[in-house]
Design a protein around this ligand. Structure first.
Ligand code: HEC
Length: 118
């Protein structure tokens, strides 16, 4: 391989590497608002953070009157916490209305903390 060819292939490789790392950065930036890529604040509170979200967005349906989980008490919410995290993150629930990304992240973080009664 002569010097020119070597330099050209070197430059080409460098170009591919740079492009690759830029694409990776774009993906990382886009992930910032993705509830599945959660950044949890330590100590998410059930009574201060999670309960008000459930009260305002879920218990209009989940109030024990029909055949879906009753979500009015801490114990019931804890018992269903894994499904609650899953269904809010995928936006299946609430069935009507919607949660903000921050609310979804709060719920997910609280569940990941072990769903404490705090
Ligand atoms: C408009 C009514 C309505 C609202 C509001 C609502 N849900 Fe539901 N939810 C349902 C119904 C109906 C079902 C049972 C049928 C089904 O699974 O689709 C259900 C099922 C569930 C289940 C059990 C699903 C399973 O398969 O285990 C969970 C957990 C749940 N909802 C969580 C929530 C949470 C959390 C919220 C609030 C963020 C919420 N829901 C808001 C109507 C609602």
């Amino acid at each position: 391989m002569n010097k020119v060819k070597f330099l050209m292939s070197f430059a080409l490789t460098l170009g591919i590497l740079i492009q690759f790392s830029c694409e990776k950065n774009v993906e990382e930036d886009m992930g910032m608002n993705d509830p599945n890529e959660m950044e949890c604040e330590p100590g998410t509170s059930f009574s201060m953070d999670v309960k008000p979200i459930i009260d305002n967005n879920c218990i209009s349906c989940h109030n024990g009157s029909v055949q879906n989980p009753d979500l009015r008490t801490y114990q019931a919410i804890k018992n269903n916490s894994a499904r609650i995290k899953e269904l809010t993150a995928s936006r299946v629930m609430p069935q009507t209305g919607s949660l903000t990304d921050d609310q979804i992240i709060l719920i997910g973080c609280w569940v990941d903390d072990g769903a404490p009664d705090n």
